[in-house]
Design a protein around this ligand. Structure first.
Ligand SMILES: *[C@@H]1O[C@H](CO)[C@@H](O)[C@H](O)[C@H]1NC(C)=O
Ligand SMILES: *[C@@H]1O[C@H](CO)[C@@H](O)[C@H](O)[C@H]1NC(C)=O
Ligand SMILES: *[C@@H]1O[C@H](CO)[C@@H](O)[C@H](O)[C@H]1NC(C)=O
Ligand SMILES: *[C@@H]1O[C@H](CO)[C@@H](O)[C@H](O)[C@H]1NC(C)=O
Ligand SMILES: *[C@@H]1O[C@H](CO)[C@@H](O)[C@H](O)[C@H]1NC(C)=O
Ligand SMILES: *[C@@H]1O[C@H](CO)[C@@H](O)[C@H](O)[C@H]1NC(C)=O
Ligand SMILES: *[C@@H]1O[C@H](CO)[C@@H](O)[C@H](O)[C@H]1NC(C)=O
Ligand SMILES: *[C@@H]1O[C@H](CO)[C@@H](O)[C@H](O)[C@H]1NC(C)=O
Length: 794
């Protein structure tokens, strides 16, 4: 049980010193666990399609240890009552589709004591077991549960290695020999070939396998090094199918007849454990070699029998440090909301993963991050949140994107396991770059290289554009839109999504124009500004939208358009929650994972032009209201985020505030099913965090839309400048009757704009919002609305 903490002050001594306490007190406080940390519940999103990684990890860690189940397992573990099939050391978080990673799982068991190794259960179908529901324990840097067999599994991690403690129940005779197997598989059973050797004396297992990325092209090789500690080794060997033997000590598995999938791996049996029943396993992982996997494991976890608590403590410190910029005065906001908030911050820093020093693809002195999974999801709020809370990490991620460009010719739209991931929409790394530029993220970024990388997306159509660059660029340049059923013999990709690609390419081009302009290339700026208005070419002014045969009354929607200029047709509600899901493979359509109704609102650079097309502020408001109340809006997917706050552009920021209260807390709570959809590497969590904070980022622009926080006050110390920014509600009311801004001040001076720039964070400003129960005129003037580019080329 937690006691209600009115003021959650993070414990970093710097924060304490700044708040005026004596250094002695500061040191004492620094030893307390951070309140933010104690709120984190990694199990949020482990059912109901959140697909989060619930196990033990360091911030951006390569090693991610968890139990793997045969139910909802894209992130490894699911709290859905399914069966545990193993315990593995690498994962992704929040992704949908195929389960990701989960390579080389271990599985502990006590076999029947009949002297026959084949009495042990090797194959997944034979060995899988339920876990005891009430045994599941997850905290930052720690995960544990107990299997129905009575064997408990506890785990923690360092950067490149996982440490498991398997506790076997006492057996009455005290002469059982626990078995731990290693399975040469991954969660998706994508293994192409793999090998293992087992050292007879020590039990050390080393090897590698070739696997397929869960949402991408090509294959990757992963290496491992497993060591066993505690009881002495009794016997070792390998297993294939349901049979095992102590000779030979190595096996090489391939895919044979019809790509038949063979299960197999290695095993050790140990002498009866001591009184504590514990067998400790250390698992090193590397993308370079099994030697490197062993070296990392030995360096990071030198005393496996003693290091468990130290590693858990170090993980907690690392997470405490990451949370330390934030302090919250809840003012009576619910504990449930605080738990969702801090857990959202936590999940935002699980991925991308830091594979620096683990990149076999090229040599470089730049950082290498992987698991950008996917940027289509993460550019909107996840990377903007990292930019505020961890600009060092965000800088390294941007440098990694540029280094990927330098060595592979393209930045990714999605990437995992060293492979190119499938592109979902536009070339949205462009937005991440423009966002970094607009916010002066770092002086170490090579902006000329950045311009080159973004221009490659805008100008060069690759032969294969399903996993990098853009498709249809010949038409884009000639016709100024992506045609429906484009004739494109120059490059190949999933030739759908003409509407969503047109909209995304247009915004990507706007981001490019801003970058070019900022670097002094006026001609390029003008060129791409012009292209950024291409979205207008798919506007069909007389298009109607019917639901079940009844006209919704709205006129004017985007529609697919053939190369010859003739209109095609896609029902504006298709691909919405009312009409069924559309992905790249499921029912591919002219819009990706969302409807024409949803994409109607994706013109982030020129919302005022969109409002004019629709017929003015009130027309925009009725569209938004209908969208959010008719079942068309899908809060479980990222495109919806921006639409919640779009009322700002009509001069009605209060309506954005009202709208976010429709979704928070209703769709975000701290239960295992408390996320509305895939967390997508932390994107859902970041949306909740920004909503609670009351500042919504317009990714790619130096703009945050202001709405009152869901807490009384929230402060963020900028990790680079050390200055603290504060948003404070005046007249805060935790029952949320008074949610409307009446007036605002920044550093004591009146602030009439409904938005603010990133300087707020870097310069450490104070924003005070006076609240009332009715919408006011604040933010209504045209000059006070968020910036919108008119379409006049400069
Ligand atoms: C464990 O939880 C799952 C999922 O909620 C449920 O189906 C199952 O019945 C529970 N098992 C027990 C023993 O309570
Ligand atoms: C190991 O995990 C079990 C099950 O979650 C738990 O009861 C036990 O306290 C844990 N032990 C340690 C040392 O963390
Ligand atoms: C393993 O499989 C990969 C992918 O099919 C292939 O490129 C590689 O040559 C194979 N390795 C061996 C040793 O057969
Ligand atoms: C994987 O291990 C086998 C057996 O030790 C070795 O021959 C092979 O070179 C390794 N593969 C890679 C890619 O390192
Ligand atoms: C990533 O890893 C490298 C190498 O260990 C390290 O120097 C760097 O600081 C890490 N980056 C972050 C953001 O933790
Ligand atoms: C970025 O730097 C420029 C030039 O120093 C400055 O004018 C601008 O305000 C800065 N922007 C932010 C978001 O800090
Ligand atoms: C449309 O009609 C079907 C069948 O009558 C009904 O199930 C569905 O709820 C209706 N949808 C809407 C959005 O009214
Ligand atoms: C344009 O192309 C479409 C698709 O091929 C065709 O159905 C339509 O008739 C054409 N329109 C004209 C005016 O040629």
């Amino acid at each position: 049980m937690r006691t209600r903490a009115d003021r959650i002050l993070v414990t970093l001594s710097l924060a304490v010193i700044l708040s005026g306490q004596s250094p002695a007190n500061a040191a004492a406080t620094a030893q307390q666990p951070s309140n933010g940390l104690s709120y984190i519940n990694p199990l949020i999103g482990t059912t109901n399609g959140g697909n989060v990684f619930a196990g033990a990890t360091l911030p951006y860690g390569l090693a991610k240890a968890s139990a793997d189940v045969d139910g909802q397992n894209t992130g490894g573990f699911g709290l859905d009552g399914s069966n545990v099939v193993g315990f593995s050391s690498v994962h992704d978080s929040g992704t949908g589709g195929n389960p990701s990673l989960g390579n080389f799982p271990l599985f502990p068991q006590l076999c029947p004591d009949d002297g026959d190794i084949n009495s042990c259960r090797f194959r997944i179908g034979d060995r899988k077991l339920h876990y005891a529901n009430d045994s599941v324990t997850a905290r930052p840097g720690y995960f544990g549960l107990r299997l129905e067999s009575g064997v408990a599994a506890n785990m923690t991690v360092s950067q490149h290695a996982a440490l498991y403690r398997f506790t076997f129940p006492q057996d009455s005779d005290g002469d059982k020999h626990p078995l731990i197997l290693l399975d040469l598989t991954d969660l998706w059973q994508s293994r192409q070939n793999a090998s293992i050797q087992v050292d007879e004396r020590t039990g050390r297992m080393t090897g590698n396998g070739t696997f397929l990325p869960s949402f991408g092209a090509g294959s990757y090789v992963m290496h491992f090094c497993a060591d066993f500690f505690g009881p002495d080794i009794h016997e070792t060997g390998v297993w294939v199918n349901s049979r095992a033997g102590t000779d030979p000590k190595h096996v090489f598995l391939t895919r044979g007849f019809n790509l038949f999938y063979l299960e197999g791996g290695g095993f050790v049996r140990v002498k009866p454990p001591g009184e504590d029943g514990v067998v400790t396993v250390r698992m090193g992982i590397s993308y370079i070699s099994s030697e490197q996997a062993c070296r990392s494991a030995e360096r990071e976890i030198p005393n496996p029998l003693k290091d468990f608590d130290r590693l858990v403590g170090e993980a907690q410190s690392a997470w405490t440090e990451k949370l330390s910029p934030i302090s919250v005065k809840s003012g009576g906001a619910t504990e449930d909301l605080m738990t969702s908030f801090w857990s959202g911050v936590y999940r935002n820093m699980i991925s991308p993963q830091n594979y620096t020093g683990e990149n076999p693809l090229w040599k470089s002195d730049k950082p290498y991050f992987d698991s950008f999974y996917c940027i289509w999801d993460s550019f909107r709020v996840q990377h903007p949140l990292l930019t505020i809370l961890d600009p060092h990490a965000q800088t390294q991620m941007v440098e990694a994107l540029l280094d990927i460009y330098k060595h592979e010719g393209w930045m990714p739209d999605c990437r995992m396991s060293l492979c190119k991931g499938w592109t979902q929409g536009g070339s949205n790394a462009d937005v991440v770059i423009a966002d970094a530029f607009a916010k002066n993220l770092s002086t170490t970024i090579d902006w000329e290289l950045a311009l080159e990388a973004v221009m490659a997306d805008a100008e060069n159509e690759p032969q294969e554009w399903s996993y990098h660059g853009r498709g249809g660029l010949h038409s884009w340049k000639k016709l100024d839109y992506i045609p429906y059923l484009d004739f494109d013999p120059y490059g190949f990709g999933t030739n759908s999504r003409s509407i969503s690609r047109t909209l995304e390419y247009a915004y990507d081009d706007y981001c490019l124009s801003e970058l070019a302009g900022g670097l002094g290339w006026r001609d390029l700026q003008a060129k791409y500004q012009r292209r950024s208005m291409n979205w207008k070419n798919l506007w069909k002014a007389d298009q109607t939208s019917l639901i079940n045969g009844t006209d919704t009354g709205f006129r004017g929607f985007f529609q697919p358009r053939y190369q010859n200029g003739t209109w095609g047709f896609q029902d504006p509600i298709a691909c919405s929650a009312l009409a069924g899901f559309c992905s790249l493979t499921t029912n591919p359509s002219e819009t990706f994972e969302a409807s024409i109704w949803q994409y109607l609102f994706y013109v982030p650079h020129s919302v005022s032009s969109l409002i004019s097309l629709l017929g003015g502020d009130d027309a925009m408001i009725s569209r938004l209201d209908f969208f959010h109340t008719s079942g068309l809006a899908d809060i479980s997917n990222e495109p919806v985020f921006f639409t919640v706050f779009l009322y700002h552009y009509t001069g009605r920021p209060g309506l954005s505030t009202k709208r976010i209260h429709q979704y928070v807390p209703a769709d975000f709570n701290s239960s295992p099913g408390g996320l509305p959809g895939n967390d997508d590497s932390g994107a859902m969590g970041a949306f909740l965090v920004f909503s609670v904070m009351g500042l919504f980022p317009v990714a790619g622009q130096n703009v945050y839309l202001i709405s009152p926080p869901f807490v009384e006050e929230i402060s963020i110390r900028h990790p680079v400048t050390g200055k603290t920014a504060t948003v404070r509600n005046i007249g805060f009311d935790a029952s949320y009757e008074k949610i409307y801004v009446q007036s605002a001040r920044v550093n004591g001076r009146p602030w009439t704009r409904s938005w603010i720039g990133h300087e707020f964070f870097t310069e450490g400003w104070t924003l005070e919002l006076v609240l009332g129960a009715e919408e006011s005129g604040w933010g209504r003037d045209v000059k006070d609305r968020p910036p919108s580019w008119s379409g006049d080329v400069m």
